[in-house]
Design a protein. Structure first.
Length: 339
């Protein structure tokens, strides 16, 4: 297996776990990558160019892989699931394109964001194409249950984007409200990929429910670790500037916890920095120190671990097998990654 040919599925972390996952999912990732390239072919060159640019920017391919693994856990052993798996990567890529326009992003994964190269109108339209292409592919599978899962997910994600926009620069958002935002924005698509895999694999109602829960909790854990890395990560590893969420006016769980539990003077300083028009690098370092001192990083990591455990607990209905072990390893990996 040519590891160099694989996408950046999992970031740097415990090498033994990383290598264990790669060894078992490498062929699936190569198959998924080939299908992505095939499905991005279009008579409109700009669609292919922008699509391949966003797809080639170091994505983990987590969502299509989870769809494939979920189908296999439920008994499927063929390869006709590949196009359906790519649907979830296309939807994810579309949201990234739209997010970068909304957030006025200049970089994504260490490269200039697509909108800085081709402009906002082109990027929005290519994102729309990826959404439409996803639905077209899903319809081809002729299973109304899978189509409903996909459409419910995209609707919920759109609602999550609006809720996040409404809460921009809002330091008063509660933990419960924030968890609802990340569930809608991030976890719901991961959950949908797992649920669709269960349906495709013939897992029945119990298997579908279990994998839906696995994906939901995995997605929440994944996002919570992202939240901590925005304070503690390294720019070179993250592929984006540390403190990016702060600059965009997003109050994530570490900051929310700090605002509820830090000393009064520290809370005042956090508010001053967060509400300033321009946050400088030294202020990002200061706010990161205050958040960590308040216990915000530790608390968020603990919450991520709790959701990772819930994800693994959801798999209890399935007998022990190699695919189940991979899914458990992925749940462990999302909470110890560094990018």
């Amino acid at each position: 297996m040519d590891v160099a040919a694989l996408p950046n599925f999992m970031p740097t972390g415990p090498e033994n776990l990383k290598e264990k996952i790669y060894a078992q999912v490498g062929p699936d990732l190569i198959r998924i990558e080939g299908e992505i390239n095939r499905l991005l072919d279009s008579d409109i060159p700009l669609i292919s160019v922008v699509g391949r640019y966003i797809m080639g920017s170091g994505g983990k391919r987590l969502r299509p892989l989870l769809m494939t693994l979920s189908a296999r856990l439920c008994g499927y052993s063929g390869k006709d699931d590949t196009s359906l798996a790519v649907v979830f990567e296309f939807v994810h890529a579309a949201t990234l394109l739209h997010d970068d326009v909304v957030d006025h992003a200049e970089f994504r994964r260490s490269r200039p964001s697509a909108n800085t190269i081709w402009g906002n109108p082109a990027v929005v339209l290519v994102g729309d194409f990826l959404y439409s292409k996803s639905i077209q592919i899903a319809v081809g599978y002729r299973d109304i249950r899978i189509l409903k899962v996909l459409l419910d997910a995209t609707t919920t994600m759109s609602e999550g984007e609006v809720v996040q926009l409404v809460n921009s620069d809002n330091l008063e958002i509660s933990e419960e409200e924030y968890l609802e935002v990340i569930t809608r924005k991030t976890a719901v698509l991961i959950s949908a990929a797992c649920q669709a895999g269960a349906i495709f694999g013939g897992g029945g109602a119990a298997g579908e429910k279990a994998l839906k829960a696995y994906g939901r909790n995995l997605g929440i854990a994944f996002q919570l670790i992202d939240d901590t890395l925005d304070f503690t990560g390294e720019t070179e590893e993250l592929g984006k500037t540390v403190g990016n969420d702060l600059k965009e006016g997003k109050a994530t769980l570490p900051l929310i916890y700090a605002m509820q539990n830090a000393k009064a003077a520290d809370r005042l300083r956090l508010r001053q920095i967060f509400t300033s028009e321009l946050i400088e690098a030294e202020e990002i370092a200061e706010i990161s120190n205050l958040v960590e001192k308040s216990g915000g990083i530790e608390y968020t990591n603990n919450q991520a671990c709790a959701h990772s455990l819930r994800a693994k607990e959801a798999l209890r209905i399935f007998p022990r097998c190699p695919v189940k072990e991979i899914l458990e390893d992925i749940a462990d990996y999302v909470i110890c990654r560094r990018a």
